[in-house]
Structures are given as C-alpha cells and as structure tokens.
Design a protein around this ligand. Sequence first.
Ligand code: HEC
Ligand code: HEC
Length: 402
Amino acid sequence: MTRRYFAVTLVAVIISVAVAGTLLFGNASLSDAELKVARSLSLASLPKIPPDPSNVVADNADAVQLGALLFDDTGMSANGLVSCATCHLENRQFQDDLQFSRGIGTTDRRSMPLRGVGYQTWFFWDGRKDSLWSQAIGPLENAVEHGFTRSQVAKHVLATYPDEYTRLFGPAPKLAEIPPASPLGNQMQQANWQQLSEPTRDEINRIFVNTGKSIAAFERTLVPLENRFDRYINAVSSGQEPGEDATLSKQEINGFKVFAGKGSCIDCHSGARLTDDFFHNTGVPDPNNPPSDRGRATAFAELDADPFTCLGRYSDAAPDSCLDLQFMAREVDLFDRTFKSPGLRGIAERPPFMHAGQIETLEQVIEHYNNAPPAPLGHSEIVPLGLSNREKADLLAFLRTL
Ligand code: HEC
Ligand code: HEC
C-alpha cells in the first residue's frame, strides 16, 4: 500500500466513523479533546466534598438537622421576621432574585446561591471569611441582615434547642440576664459587651460559634444539582445515545466551544462548579460614583482582625490545617476591585448578575465580556473578544444549558 493510498483510506475511515457517530449519537461535533474539557465542567468531575477540620460537627447528622432548623429560624432577628432563608430561598437556588437583599435593612451586594458552597475556601464576594461556620455568624449580627447580637443568639439557641444543643456540644452554661451585647453592634450593644467578664464573653462566643458550625453542617449538604449539560456529557462519554432530556443542540455545543475557546470563559469559570474559586477584576461597573467597593482588597484586614478564622481559638483545626489562610496571596493593590468568580450552574434563572446585580441580562453580560471596558478601580483582567453575533448567540444558548 502506498503512503498516499494509506492516507486517503485513513481519512475515509475517520470520516465514516464520524458520520456513523453523528447518526448514532449526534455528538460528532465534539472532538475527544473537547469532550475531555466538557467533562471537566460536568458533575462527573465533582470531587468528594473536602473535610472542614475547623468544624468538628461539619459532617455530623445531628448538626445537619439542627442547622436546617436554624437556617429557617426567624427568631434570631431584630424584628422576628428574618432568617437565612429570607435571602437564600430554597426554590430559587438559595438566592433571592433581587439586586440588593432585604433583611432589617438593605444590603449593598447581591445575595449568593448556596449549592456547592461546602467546596469553597473563601466566602462572600470578597472572600472575607475563611470557613462556612464563620461566614454563617456574620449575617446574624449584621445591622441590615438579621440585626441581632451574639448574646441574643446564644440565649435564643439555648432556650429553643436545649436538647439538640447539649447532644452536640455538651452541657451548655447557664447564661445570666444579659442585655443585647456584641462587639460589632451599635454603641449601646458594644458598651454592654465591654461590661461582660472575659469568661462570659467566651461562653457567648462559643455558643454563637456552635450555632454557625451547625448551620455550616446543613449548608454542606446543599450539593450542586444535575443539569442538561451534565446529562449530555454523561451519555456521550459512556457511549450512550443522549435521552430526550439530555440533548444539546448544535448551537449549544458551539456555545460550549466559545466558552472554552475564543471566549476564554473557562479561564475563570472552570471545574464542575464553573469557578476557579479565585478573585478577579473583570471591569464591572460600580453602582456608586466614585466607586466604593474595593472587593478582595479590603478582605485581608478583616481576616486579620477576625477572631473566628481557622487560626483563631474557636476553630477546631490544628494550625497546620489552615494553610489557605496562612499562605493566602494578600497584595492589596493587585486585588483592588477583584471579586470571587461565581459558579455558573443555574445561571440563566437568576438575574440580575454580578456582585451588585449591576448587569440585568445574560445578553448584557456577554456584551460586557466582548467589550471589556476599563475597570472603575484597579485593572481589569479581561480583553475584548471580538465575538460575532452568532458566537454571542451560541454562548448564550450554552449558558442556558447549565
Ligand atoms: C438580608 C439578606 C441576607 C440574609 C438574612 C442572609 N444572607 Fe447570606 N448573603 C447575603 C448577601 C447579600 C451575600 C453577599 C454579601 C457580600 O459578599 O458581602 C450573602 C452571602 C452568603 C454566603 C457566601 C456564599 C459564597 O459563595 O461565598 C453564604 C454561605 C451565606 N450568605 C449564608 C447565609 C446564612 C447561613 C445566613 C443566615 C445565618 C444568611 N446567609 C443570611 C444576603 C443575606
Ligand atoms: C478573569 C476571570 C474571568 C473570565 C475570563 C470570565 N469571568 Fe465571568 N466572572 C468572573 C468574576 C470575578 C465574576 C464576578 C464579577 C463581579 O461580580 O464583579 C464573574 C461573573 C460572571 C457572571 C455573573 C455570575 C453571577 O452569579 O452574577 C456570568 C454570567 C459570567 N461571569 C460569565 C462569563 C462568561 C460567559 C465568560 C466568557 C465570555 C466569563 N464569564 C469570563 C471572572 C471571569
């Protein structure tokens, strides 16, 4: 057989296999290499949830149960009406569809969906918390969210869930009559906190933290849900014909190629949760002029001052389990106006977009990336993409499969 004849035969065989593949599975438009990349974005690539050594009850079933009750408990708020579920609604991907959330007051950032949150290292848009339990106690004392104080939380939890609490954390101390007290509250609440003895403050802090650790145990059970893209990738990579609820159109497949190729979206939206869990400046406009939100840049000082980190006395971790915190990159200037890359699962159903809900539609998000405007502060990492109208439409179609 001449070389030339061999080459022609080989091409013919490849084409027939591809055509047969198209007829059988309709996936001929994804090469093996592309399928591998696509699989890396599907649930098939989701690892086991990492342990949280800073929380001894992270995977305790009783803590999950108590945490679920606490998550919905409006008794831990200034007006008796606000719970975590007020801004993280289960049937809305655990977010609230609003540009700014409403609790006791109004927040200045957009609520975040919670599925898959147990996989994260940093919490909030700026990552100013390093554990799920430490995050959970934040809103309770925040004046515009629950508007409660830690002494009130401690009293409420001991009074409402005495058996559940004792089973998990051992006998609870008897708290004397204590007025609303918190080092982060209003002037009077801070003064009340100052008047407490150090042992009493420690007892209150411990109950407060255990409340957060129980809520965190519940949040760890909120796993990402399977979408149409996952089903398609599963079917195709196991050689089956994608079922009716598992097909992707040609346009959607092309959109994946834009996402992973010319659009470079995958640089930051990677892995099964479609996030690199890191912080980037993508030049999104600030709702305020001059811009007021410096994002990650202001988180380092907050972490340093926070008694509730992995390295603090209320953590259950040995210091050598806190490497993320010990070795975090912390150049303030480099992180100016950077925010955490959000995961993109279910993205089409939860406008408005970005940390302050400042972009209303997915079409506008794609325009934003395509145009890459300069950042209001710091330096944007994105560059103009030069996408055609067709590529934009394909990308939009792909995002809707997630
Ligand atoms: C008033 C509305 C509101 C309430 C109440 C509220 N949250 Fe949030 N939540 C938000 C907003 C807004 C953000 C983003 C804030 C930021 O980045 O500064 C957020 C962020 C989070 C995050 C970070 C997710 C991530 O991907 O980093 C978690 C986890 C979370 N909330 C859990 C809770 C829990 C648990 C409670 C109850 C103890 C709670 N939230 C109460 C509005 C609320
Ligand atoms: C350099 C990293 C980076 C790249 C590249 C990138 N993103 Fe993002 N993406 C982010 C960050 C960071 C945010 C949050 C920004 C903010 O809120 O200020 C974000 C937010 C989003 C949101 C809104 C999510 C939400 O929950 O509000 C969507 C949708 C999105 N990106 C899609 C894309 C698409 C599509 C591409 C490719 C065209 C892309 N991203 C490229 C980092 C990136």
